[in-house]
Design a protein around this ligand. Structure first.
Ligand code: NAD
Ligand code: SER
Length: 319
């Protein structure tokens, strides 16, 4: 297998994906790339390149000159940050995708992974067990960019035979790196506040159910999808994927079974409207059927492993 690059490698998913792909393929075969000038210490076991995905020519030259074969394109603005800067969110979330799709169309790349999101669904989508194919009228700029991206991925596959693969990730929960500005971020922050012995103030209301997944499951799904034989990948827009679903109150109650003194209160802000437009649970039967997806972590397992592993120093370092 040829070389791989992860663009947006310093983020919540990129950090863990880079480490896992380096374990599987060898550190020198997997480039971490990000707009950030400095490589975080955790990614220093392999090559790092400062790269702005919006600099189309620099990205093209690097990929062609270094004979990269696979790209994981993770650089994007997430839902909450995107609402604050819609024009830039559209530019970042779309232009980079075209740069990478075009490289594959010209024969410079063999395979692309590009993540979509549950944000492609909207207020008119059925909320429970949201099907793979359903009404999709997203009401956020992030969701609009992800839905447009899905359509372009499928188009490049159909018209230009580009091997592009994608997952509609639910909210991802992890302890190695912090989330970067999404509506599901509360479900990571809550563990740090619980470990610090503080009262948690949720920016979503207590009964807002959203689909979630532990990062280890998400990384495994990503690699399984990328390694599946091409003929098994029947969906070239993006696959629904589910781990578990919970509300802030249910999550707080599960944490209380470990830390009985833990307390949460609910003060919804602008992110509530985003969450209200998304599904509560996802039907991922196509991913199970096509390439054998199965989650390992439910809510209970996810809470136990997060409480065991969150390191409050990570939070303090970044504030
Ligand atoms: P993140 O915000 O944690 O990380 C994004 C990374 O991209 C950051 O390290 C940032 O520095 C980098 N970046 C920003 N602008 C860049 C640019 N111009 N050039 C190069 N790098 C740039 O995001 P994440 O949570 O790791 O998400 C990665 C992808 O997965 C995104 O496309 C996101 O939409 C998608 N996704 C994430 C979740 C989730 O819960 N984390 C859920 C659904 C989909
Ligand atoms: N976790 C992401 C967000 O909240 C979903 O794509 O933006």
């Amino acid at each position: 297998m040829g070389k791989t690059i992860i663009i947006g490698a310093c983020g919540q998913i990129g950090t863990e994906l880079t480490l896992e792909l380096r374990k599987l393929r060898g550190s020198d075969q997997v480039y971490a790339a990000d707009v950030r000038a400095e490589c975080p210490a955790i990614l220093s076991n392999g090559p790092y390149v400062q790269m702005d995905i919006l600099n189309r020519e620099a990205v093209r030259s690097f990929i062609i000159d270094n004979k990269i074969e696979q790209v994981y394109l993770l650089a994007a603005l997430l839902s909450a940050t995107a609402e604050k800067n819609p024009n830039f969110a559209w530019q970042l979330n779309m232009e980079g995708l075209f740069t990478i799709l075009d490289l594959a169309k010209e024969g410079h790349l063999k395979k692309i992974f590009w993540p979509s999101s549950i944000a492609v669904f909207g207020p008119t989508t059925p909320r429970e067990m949201t099907p793979q194919y359903t009404i999709m009228e997203p009401s956020t700029v992030y969701g609009i960019s992800k839905l447009a991206g899905e359509r372009w991925c499928e188009y490049y596959f159909n018209k230009h035979n580009v091997d592009v693969r994608s997952i509609r990730y639910p909210g991802l929960i992890s302890y190695t790196s912090l989330p970067g500005g999404g509506t599901t971020d509360y479900a990571v922050d809550i563990f740090y506040q619980a470990k610090l012995g503080k009262k948690f103030v949720s920016f979503l209301s207590e009964n807002t159910e959203l689909p979630m997944m532990f990062m280890e499951d998400a990384i495994r799904a990503t690699i399984e999808l990328m390694e599946a034989p091409s003929e098994k990948i029947a969906i070239r827009s993006s696959y629904n994927l589910a781990g578990c679903s919970f509300t802030p109150r249910q999550l707080a109650e599960e944490i209380k079974t470990h830390i009985p003194t833990f307390e949460a209160t609910y003060e919804p802000d602008f992110r509530q409207a985003i969450a209200d437009s998304w599904p509560g649970s996802i039907d991922d039967s196509r991913a199970r059927q096509d390439w054998g997806w199965k989650e390992k972590y439910g809510t209970k397992e996810l809470v136990s492993i997060m409480l065991e592993n969150v390191n409050v120093e990570l939070l303090e370092k970044l504030h």
